[in-house]
Design a protein around this ligand. Sequence first.
Ligand code: SAM
Length: 233
Amino acid sequence: MIMKGTLYCVGVGPGDPELLTLKALKIIRTCPVLAVPQSRTGVVTAQGILLKALDGCGVSLEDKMVIAMDFPMTRDDQVLQGAHEKAARRLQDELDQGRDVCLITLGCPTVYATSIYVHRLVHEAGYDTEIVPGVPSFCAVAAKLQQPLCEKDEALIVIPGNNAHRKELLALEGSKVIMKPSGRLAPIQEELRDLQLLDKASMIERCGLPGERVYEKAADAKETGYFAVLLVK
Ligand SMILES: C[S@@+](CC[C@H](N)C(=O)[O-])C[C@H]1O[C@@H](n2cnc3c(N)ncnc32)[C@H](O)[C@@H]1O
């Protein structure tokens, strides 16, 4: 009987390939199958980070089976569930053949990552799985701004831009990280202004990626693309 493979859900960090962990690199090197999500945003980026990280370290994607995974950018739960189930089945086919699979994830798989849904399905189906954390985008953004995320007894509040309670969360005491602000920057700036926090807000677009933009004052930014994080400190 063939021993089933293991699924590794691996974070590759938010952009700078040097932020890939040694553990991530080791797993990427040894897994015969790499599953790379494809969509109009994050995922193409994850592959870009991977290619740069592998450049010069003796690993070529040509030596691997690369599975492109289709994760649609939709809020339709049924469509998403169908895509996750299809992806999980595809990975299980490889695991059933005894091949280990590395599922590449932008940033850290534990932070708003699509790959975690696929990981969960495979895990619940009884396969061996492991999550390998990566550097989350908000840590890289704080580091680039040369600011701590939180100090002493300060709370850290991570808010997705589309959260229904965004303004209430922004009003809480503590450092605030705003992720996924794309398409909502103006109302976020407005709320921060109302709360007298706009002066304390910075933003980085495409942190560690080509086209990176640092806004020491988030008030100076007009709109932003998908890859942006605000830090309110
Ligand atoms: C689906 S979430 C994925 C988060 C990711 N797993 C992490 O650990 O950061 C996508 C959001 O992460 C943030 N993000 C990811 N990479 C980024 C980067 N290089 N620069 C700025 N923001 C980034 C943006 O807020 C983006 O909308």
